[in-house]
Design a protein around this ligand. Structure first.
Ligand code: NI
Length: 184
């Protein structure tokens, strides 16, 4: 397994609508494994294929809290669809492609998801609260949407302005050879 490079907004791949996965091949499984390793290394609670430069409809999510002694609980979602949704929830979100930027976003609080798993088997399951928020955030990436796109026009403008500053700072710091930075 390998830790992959995470692309930063506004890279074009983050704005593209990703293509469905035709077959859960060994190559796709390798990508899934590398994405899980990349997500845990970041550390983050979700990662979508476009964030590692691959415009395919798959993402990984794990909202468990291993620091609190909880076992890992990875979800692998290939060609995911939300087939039902209910309720509303406001959650402060961040993104590995816009590290350091956080904003409250409104999402559905309960969703029913249909997706293929790592073995290519179709699964239907319900998710709520943080898991539901995270899956909706990652699935947005598959449609070329990042969380600031979910804000009002004015809030989005301010958020992207802040991100521009954070990005410049980050690129400067990376140039100085310090590649370690925490992000969600
Ligand atoms: Ni994200």
């Amino acid at each position: 397994m390998a830790v992959l490079d995470i692309v930063l907004y506004p890279e074009a791949v983050l704005k593209a609508v990703a293509k469905p996965v035709k077959k859960v091949s060994a190559e796709i499984q390798r990508l899934v494994d590398n994405m899980l390793e990349t997500m845990y290394a970041a550390p983050g609670i979700g990662l979508a294929a476009p964030q590692v430069g691959v415009s395919k409809r798959l993402c990984v999510v794990d909202v468990s809290n291993p620091q609190e002694g909880e076992p890992l609980n990875p979800y692998v979602l290939i060609n995911p669809e939300i087939i039902d949704r209910a309720g509303k929830i406001l959650w402060e979100e961040g993104c590995l492609s816009l590290p350091g930027l956080y904003r409250e976003v409104q999402r559905s609080s309960r969703i029913t998801v249909r997706a293929l798993d790592r073995q290519g088997v179709e699964r239907v399951f319900e998710a709520e609260d943080l898991l539901a928020v995270c899956i909706q955030h990652e699935m947005d990436h598959l449609d070329g949407i990042v969380f600031p796109d979910r804000l009002s026009l004015l809030k989005k403008k301010l958020a992207l302005k802040e991100w521009k500053r954070l990005r410049e700072k980050k690129l400067e710091d990376d140039d100085e050879g310090d590649e370690a930075q925490p992000a969600e």
